[in-house]
Design a protein around this ligand. Structure first.
Ligand SMILES: *Cc1c(COP(=O)(O)O)cnc(C)c1O
Length: 292
C-alpha cells in the first residue's frame, strides 16, 4: 500500500507575483492524510518486522492522526485502537470518530488526567497483548522522522524556502534532517499553530542537532491550537475560492496565512523559489463547520 504515491508539486495562482509551489501531500490519500501518511509509513513497516498486528494510539477527538491510523490499519489488515481524550457523550456526532469506527478502530474514551500517562494506559489495557504496538500521539518518533525526511528528495534541490505548519514539530524535524542530509541550502520555515511555539526549536534541535537553517514564525497561532480569528477565516475563504484548494483552520490555513503576510511585507526576493508543504488534515474542517 505504500509503494507509489501521488503528491504533485502545483503552482499557486493566489500569490501572483511570486513563484510558489505547493507540495500536495493532501492528495496522497483523503483519510491517511499528508504528514500522517509520511509518519505511518515506517511505523507500519516496523509493525510488520516485529509481527505486531494491532496498533494502539492516542489522540484528541479531532485528531487527524487517529483517522489516518484507523484507515491505514484497515488497509493493511491490522487491528487498531485509540485512546481518545474526552468522554463519549461529549464526542457524540463527531464525524472523525465516526470514520475511525467505520474503519474498524476501537475507541477508548479517556479523561484528561489519565490521558496524560500514555504508557500507563497502554500497559493497563494491553500489557499482555503481544500483538499490540504502542504508537505515540500524532505518530511521533524516529519512524515518523524518517518518513518526513523523504519529502525533501521529492522536491527540487534549488528550493530556497520550504514552509510547513507545526504541532509537535516532528514533521519539521524530519524535513530539516532531510535538508541537512542532502547538503542543501534550503531554509525551513516553520509556522507553529500553538501559542508559545518557541519550544518547537528545542524539539527540532533534539532530533537534528543544529538549527541554523530553521526559521520559526511564532506569531501566526491566532490565539492557540484550534483557535481562530475572523481574519484567518476570511483568508481561508478567499484562498479556497480563488485557488480551488482546501486548507484547514488548524494547520495549513495558518501556514498559508503566514506566507501571505510575509509576502505582503516583502520578506522574500521575487526570484526566491518557495515551496509550501500541504500536510493535509482537511477533515479538521468538520470540527469547525459553524465558522464557514
Ligand atoms: C498533525 C498535523 C500537523 C502537525 O505535525 P507535527 O509533526 O506534529 O508538527 C501539521 N499539519 C497537519 C495537516 C496535521 O494534521
Amino acid at each position: 500500500m505504500f509503494t507509489a504515491i501521488y503528491s504533485p508539486l502545483q503552482q499557486l495562482n493566489y500569490f501572483s507575483e511570486y513563484q510558489i509551489l505547493v507540495k500536495r501531500d493532501d492528495l496522497i490519500d483523503p483519510y491517511i492524510s499528508g504528514n500522517k501518511w509520511r509518519k505511518l509509513k515506517y511505523i507500519l513497516a516496523a509493525a510488520e518486522v516485529q509481527q505486531r498486528t494491532h496498533l494502539v494510539t492516542f489522540g484528541g477527538a479531532y485528531s487527524n492522526h487517529i483517522v489516518a491510523t484507523a484507515a491505514a490499519c484497515a488497509r493493511a489488515g491490522l487491528k487498531s485502537t485509540a485512546f481518545v481524550r474526552g468522554d463519549a457523550t461529549e464526542c457524540a456526532g463527531n464525524e472523525m470518530l465516526m470514520l475511525c469506527r467505520l474503519f474498524g478502530m476501537e475507541l477508548i474514551f479517556t479523561d484528561r488526567l489519565s490521558y496524560k500517562n500514555k504508557s500507563l494506559l497502554f500497559d493497563t489495557y494491553f500489557a499482555d497483548d503481544k500483538n499490540a504496538l504502542f504508537v505515540d500521539e500524532g505518530g511521533a518518533g524516529t519512524e515518523a522522522l524518517k518518513g518526513c525526511a523523504e519529502i525533501i528528495a521529492e522536491l527540487p534541490a534549488d528550493t530556497d524556502h520550504i514552509f510547513c505548519a507545526a504541532g509537535t514539530g516532528t514533521t519539521a524535524a524530519g524535513l530539516l534532517n532531510g535538508i541537512y542530509r542532502a547538503g542543501l541550502k534550503t531554509r525551513l520555515h516553520v509556522v507553529p499553530v500553538l501559542k508559545g511555539g518557541d519550544f518547537i526549536a528545542d524539539e527540532i534541535a533534539r532530533y537534528t542537532g543544529h538549527t541554523d537553517q530553521l526559521i520559526l514564525h511564532t506569531t501566526y497561532h491566532f490565539g492557540g491550537y484550534a483557535k481562530t480569528r475572523p481574519e484567518l477565516i476570511d483568508f481561508i475563504k478567499k484562498f479556497t475560492r480563488s485557488e480551488g484548494m482546501l486548507i484547514d483552520p488548524v494547520y495549513t490555513g495558518k501556514m498559508f496565512y503566514a506566507i501571505n503576510d510575509l509576502l505582503k511585507n516583502n520578506y522574500f526576493d521575487p526570484s526566491d523559489k518557495i515551496i509550501a508543504l500541504h500536510t493535509g488534515g482537511l477533515l479538521g474542517l468538520l470540527g469547525m463547520k459553524e465558522k464557514f
